[in-house]
Design a protein around this ligand. Structure first.
Ligand code: ZN
Length: 278
C-alpha cells in the first residue's frame, strides 16, 4: 500500500483520460469493495459541497466509470459527477489525514480517505444529465467496444488543424496536451495539417496509437510514450525526461532535430520538422 500515495501524486500532475479511468478503478477498488467497509463517509471540509456530501454520506459506492476526462461515481442513491479540469486532484490519503479547507469532497472508509481539491465540476446529477454529458463527447479510445467511426466523420468535416481537433473533447474524448503531441509525432503527422486532409489510414493510426498509449497510461498510472527498445530500459523503469519524444522538449528524442513549437488549440505543441513534415 505504501507506494500508492507516491504514484498518485505523479499521475495527478496532468489529468488526461488515463488519469480519470485509473481513478475510477482505484476508487472502486478501495472504497467499493474494501472488506468490512461497505459504506462510505462523505464530507465537504471546504463546505462548498456540503449538501451533496450529506446526500452521499453513509451510502455505498457501487461503481465508477470514466468517459474521457469525466468521472461518474454511482452510489446506491445518487450519481456523483467530477471533472478535474486543469488543476483538480483526487488523491488518496491514509484515513487519519484530515481534510483541509481546500478539500471540496472527502470520501473515506476505515482504510483510506480520498480528497478532491480544485475540481472544475463536482456535482450530483440525474441519469439523464449524465447521459447528456456523455452524449456531447467524442469517442473515447479507453472505452471498451468503441470504434472510431465518429472520429472519421468529424475530422472529414473540418479544415481545423489536427493539433486542435485532437484536443476537442467533442471530437475525441480523453486526449490532452501531452498525448496529442506524442501521438502526432509517433504517426509522423504535422500538427497544422487540416483535419480533413488526413487519410482514413492516418485516422485509424491516430486512433490505435491513442488506444495503445492511453491503456499503457492507465496501467502505469502515468504517461510514458517512448518504447523500451529505444530507451534501453523496461517500461516500468522509464522515467523523467525519457518518457516522451517531443512534449516540452527542445530536440527530437528520435532524430535530434530542433523541435518547432506552435500555438494550436490555445495550447503550445512541440513537433519535429523532420519526423513530421508539413
Ligand atoms: Zn525527429
Amino acid at each position: 500500500m505504501g507506494s500508492r500515495w507516491g504514484d498518485t501524486v505523479i499521475l495527478a500532475a496532468m489529468p488526461e483520460g488515463h488519469t480519470i479511468h485509473r481513478l475510477a478503478q482505484d476508487l472502486v477498488a478501495t472504497l467499493g469493495s474494501a472488506p468490512g467497509a461497505a459504506t462510505v463517509q462523505a464530507t465537504s471540509p471546504q463546505g462548498r459541497f456540503a449538501d451533496g456530501a450529506s446526500l452521499l454520506d453513509g451510502d455505498r459506492l457501487i461503481s465508477a466509470e470514466a468517459f474521457g476526462k469525466y468521472l461518474f461515481c454511482h452510489f446506491g442513491g445518487a450519481l456523483l459527477h467530477v471533472h478535474l479540469g486543469l488543476i483538480g486532484k483526487f488523491r488518496p490519503n491514509p484515513p487519519d489525514v484530515p481534510g483541509g479547507d481546500t478539500v471540496r469532497l472527502r470520501l473515506e472508509n476505515d482504510r483510506i480517505a480520498w480528497h478532491l481539491t480544485g475540481p472544475a465540476r463536482c456535482e450530483l446529477v440525474t441519469p439523464d444529465e449524465a447521459s447528456a454529458i456523455v452524449a456531447g463527447l467524442g469517442a473515447d479510445p479507453l472505452r471498451p467496444r468503441t470504434r472510431p467511426t465518429s472520429l472519421h466523420r468529424l475530422l472529414a468535416r473540418t479544415a481545423k488543424p489536427i493539433g486542435a481537433t485532437l484536443l476537442d473533447q467533442q471530437v475525441v474524448a480523453g486526449i490532452g496536451n501531452v498525448y496529442r503531441a506524442e501521438i502526432l509525432f509517433l504517426r509522423g503527422i504535422h500538427p497544422e495539417r487540416p483535419s480533413s486532409s488526413l487519410s482514413a489510414d492516418e485516422i485509424d493510426g491516430i486512433w490505435s496509437e491513442a488506444k495503445r498509449l492511453l491503456r499503457r497510461g492507465v496501467r502505469l498510472n502515468r504517461i510514458v510514450t517512448t518504447s523500451p527498445a529505444e530507451i534501453g530500459r523496461p517500461l516500468a523503469r522509464i522515467d523523467g525526461d525519457d518518457r516522451l519524444y517531443v512534449y516540452h522538449r527542445t530536440n527530437c528524442r528520435r532524430c535530434g532535430s530542433e523541435l518547432g513549437t506552435l500555438e494550436i488549440g490555445g495550447r503550445p505543441i512541440q513537433f519535429c520538422p523532420s519526423c513530421q513534415p508539413a
